[in-house]
Design a protein around this ligand. Structure first.
Ligand code: HEM
Length: 230
C-alpha cells in the first residue's frame, strides 16, 4: 500500500514534469521547463527583432517603428535583441541537438516529403519524438540564426568591411529573415490550429497519450513500453 500523502504526490508530479519522455498520470511530458523557457525566449526575441527590423528594412513599415518609440530606437535596440536571439537559439540548439539527428529512413524528408509536415496524422509507425519535417526546421533555424548573427554583426559595424562584402551581408540578412518569417508562419500554424494538443506541449509541457500515439507513434511506444502494432 502506498503511504504517499497528497502533498508528497504533488511534489512527485512537479519533479517528474522537470524530466522529459515520462508518464505523469495519464499524460506524457514532452518538453521540460528548461526547454519551454528557452523556446519562448527564442520566439519572443525573434518576433521583437522582426518587428523592429521591418521598419529599418523599408519605409513601407515605418509605422511599426512607433510601437517601439521611433525609428532611431529600433536602430539601437534591434542589434542587441538580435544578439539575445542568437544566444537563446544557441541554447536551444544544444538543448535539442541529441534528438534532432536524421535517421537513415528520414532522409526523404529533405525532398518533396517535407510537405507531409503539414499533414495531421502520420501513417508511418516509426516516427519518433520529432518527425523529419521538425528536424529540418530545427536545422534550418539553427543555420539561419548563425547567418543572421554573422551578417548582422557586419551591418552593425559597416566601416570595418569592404563595400562588396557588405552587399553580400545585406543580401544574406534579408534573404534569411524572409525565409525565417515564412517558415515560422507554417510552424505557428502547425503548433496551434493544425494539430490540437501540440501547443500544450510548449505551455504545460505535456501531451495526451492519444496525441503521442497519433503523431509520434514510436516515441509513444518508447515512453509507455507498449508493443508495436502487428
Ligand atoms: C511565436 C509563436 C510560436 C509558437 C506558437 C510555437 C510553438 C511550438 C510548439 C507547440 C512546439 C512543440 C512541437 C512539438 O513538440 O511537436 C515548437 C517547437 C519548436 N519551435 Fe516553436 N513556436 C513559436 C515560435 C518559434 C520560433 C520563432 C522559432 C525559431 C526561431 C521556433 C522554433 C522551434 C523549433 C526548432 C521547435 C522544435 C521542432 C518542431 O517541433 O518543429 N518556434 N514550437
Amino acid at each position: 500500500m502506498s503511504t504517499a500523502s497528497p502533498r508528497h504526490m504533488d511534489v512527485a508530479v512537479v519533479t517528474a514534469r522537470d524530466r522529459e519522455d515520462v508518464l505523469v498520470g495519464n499524460e506524457i511530458v514532452r518538453h521540460n521547463r528548461a526547454s519551454r523557457l528557452i523556446h519562448w525566449a527564442v520566439a519572443i526575441t525573434f518576433i521583437y527583432c522582426l518587428l523592429t527590423g521591418l521598419p529599418i528594412w523599408t519605409p513601407a513599415f515605418t509605422w511599426m517603428a512607433h510601437l517601439f518609440g521611433g525609428l532611431s530606437v529600433c536602430r539601437v535596440v534591434h542589434p542587441w535583441i538580435g544578439l539575445a536571439f542568437f544566444l537563446f537559439s544557441a541554447l536551444m540548439f544544444f538543448q535539442w541537438l541529441s534528438d534532432m539527428h536524421f535517421e537513415p529512413n528520414e532522409k526523404g524528408w529533405l525532398g518533396p516529403r517535407l510537405f507531409q509536415y503539414m499533414r495531421y496524422e502520420t501513417d508511418d509507425s516509426e516516427v519518433g519524438k520529432y518527425n523529419g519535417g521538425q528536424k529540418a526546421l530545427f536545422w534550418a533555424v539553427s543555420l539561419g540564426a548563425l547567418g543572421l548573427l554573422l551578417s548582422g554583426l557586419m551591418m552593425w559595424f559597416p566601416r570595418s568591411f569592404p563595400r562588396p562584402l557588405m552587399e553580400v551581408a545585406f543580401l544574406i540578412h534579408d534573404f534569411t529573415f524572409i525565409c525565417f518569417g515564412v517558415a515560422i508562419v507554417f510552424h505557428v500554424y502547425l503548433g496551434t490550429a493544425a494539430e490540437p494538443g501540440t501547443f500544450g506541449s510548449m505551455t504545460r509541457g505535456t501531451v495526451t497519450r492519444a496525441w503521442a500515439r497519433l503523431h509520434h507513434p514510436r516515441w509513444y511506444r518508447e515512453v509507455t513500453g507498449e508493443k508495436p502494432p502487428r
